[in-house]
Design a binder for this molecule. Structure first.
Ligand code: SAH
Length: 462
């Protein structure tokens, strides 16, 4: 991190602005919004700037910049177009360690101006430290649209009731929960829709009744196949609410890092035939933690209901009357096929797709191999790396042509994704001596031939 974001209290404090043109006026608007007292040095000053200076109780020096102008101010912004003046201002400020910002000249700055979204009292600031200003502006635009204008009003409402809530709920965690339930529920929606009076009434009623939801809850959340950008908004929201997180090996570390910072994180990873924590123990842990009144995030790779044993986990919760929410995730088949340029169905090649477990435990006969013969379908084997030779052998044995296209997608959707394309007759040999890294997904069917044509969808060519 090259810069530490701090928020500067400028209220009624003298801030020097060197320059009186368009850029200076733009900077002055921000200083004025922050209620600074504007001291301006410039031979000429725009009309708008003059008004702001007067309104701020500041002063104008219609003269050239001189070192003494920086006396008694707490911040300096140099916004002239004359390079040597900017350089002089910066030099003078650095000499006495006075924070200085020189517009469009990062090397002369000791403080930089972020892009700002003002929903006071909520203020958001973004910077790329001058490295990628267009991206910083994009992020700002996203924040502008994600937090509607009334967000500020909602924050003001929260601020007005802060003390009352503090008095009503002395326990910090309960207080936090109260606010979360308010900010995620109908009260917030009323305020965001502009119905502030009603929102205020509902909020004060709720504080008076000390109404808070104390029950634990479990969020069974699909984290997708690996790329954090494939998370859903709902997944992210719940990830940031839960106090305890139970996560699998398949959930990438970047995604685990997106959970609440102070959440307790418990690894219950599973590796083939080597479960870190047994399934029934996981089920029981969810029940026990939720019974303590906590919100538990059960974070799973892909989709929790596709080879995720999500059904088993919530069954026990249901038996214990513990509330839960299930959030679907992008399953490996969708993620891998998209990122590998292999559509799972295609009008010309495949009219159906079948998700199959490849975890065979030496029971090859338990899968309905004969049904897989039809070439108008796509087969997707999860957990199939170990049994890949057996799967290919069985498919061929049950009548599937040995030249049926097949692909093994290694670490799908991750930056290290690899796609090995071949046929069911040859793939086992092709990968035999390769160091294949889990997780892998095995896709069989004529759609695999599209991989070559759709190669521009492969992440490495983006
Ligand atoms: N619930 C998960 C599947 C869990 S089973 C889902 O919906 O995706 C675990 C198997 O999923 C792995 O053995 C592998 O076959 C597949 N898998 C999960 N993530 C993958 C990835 N990023 N790339 C390839 N295969 C993946």
């Amino acid at each position: 991190m090259d810069f530490l974001p701090l928020f500067f209290d400028l209220k009624h404090k003298p801030c020097l602005l060197v320059g009186g043109g368009t850029i200076a006026t733009r900077k002055a608007r921000l200083l004025h919004k922050a209620q600074a007292k504007l001291i301006v040095v410039a031979p000429e000053v725009s009309a708008e700037l003059q008004e702001m200076i007067a309104a701020s109780g500041g002063e104008i020096h219609y003269e050239k910049y001189q070192t003494h102008h920086i006396d008694n101010v707490i911040l300096v912004i140099s916004a002239t177009e004359i390079e040597y003046v900017n350089a002089q201002v910066a030099k003078d400020c650095h000499a006495i360690r006075l924070p200085v910002n020189v517009v469009d000249n990062l090397s002369l700055c000791s403080v930089i101006m972020p892009a700002i979204v003002d929903r006071s009292p909520l203020i958001m600031a973004v910077t790329s430290g001058g490295e990628a200003p267009v991206m910083a502006r994009r992020v700002r635009n996203v924040m502008e649209s994600s937090f509607p204008a009334n967000y500020g009003k909602l924050a003001q409402l929260a601020s007005r009731f802060r003390q009352a809530v503090k008095d009503a709920f002395t326990d910090g965690e309960l207080r936090r929960r109260f606010w979360e339930s308010v900010l995620n529920g109908p009260i917030a929606e009323k305020a965001l829709a502009g119905n502030f009076d009603l929102a205020e009434k509902l909020l004060s009623d709720r504080i008076a009744a000390q109404e808070i939801d104390r029950g634990g809850e479990v969020y069974l959340v699909g984290a997708g196949p690996g790329d954090p950008d494939l998370l859903t908004f709902k997944a992210l929201r719940l990830m940031q609410q839960a106090e305890v997180v139970l996560y699998d090996r398949l959930v990438s570390p970047e995604i685990v890092d997106m959970t609440r910072r102070d959440a307790e994180r418990i690894y219950v990873g599973k590796r083939r035939a080597n479960h870190a924590v047994e399934q029934q123990d996981i089920n029981q842990m969810l029940v026990d933690i939720a019974k303590q009144g906590k919100r538990v995030l059960r974070l799973k790779g892909g989709d929790p209901f596709i080879f995720g044993r999500g059904g088993e986990e919530i069954e026990l919760l249901a038996e214990h009357n513990i509330r839960f929410q299930v959030v679907p995730g992008i399953t490996a088949a969708s993620g891998c096929s998209s990122y590998a340029g292999i559509p799972l169905t295609h009008r010309d090649y495949s009219q159906s797709v079948r998700f199959i477990t490849g975890h065979l435990k030496n029971e090859a006969q338990t899968l309905p191999w004969a049904e897989f013969k039809d070439n108008q379908q796509t087969l997707v084997f999860y957990m199939g790396l170990h049994s890949l030779p057996t799967i290919c052998e069985q498919l061929i044995k049950h009548g599937k042509p040995h030249d049926t296209p097949a692909a093994l997608v290694e670490r799908g959707t991750l930056p290290t994704q690899k796609v090995h394309v071949s046929t069911i007759g040859e793939l086992p040999e092709l990968i035999k001596n390769k160091k294949i890294k889990a997780p892998t997904l095995f896709i069989v069917g004529s759609v695999v031939t599209l991989h070559d044509k759709l190669h521009w969808f492969k992440p490495e060519s983006l």
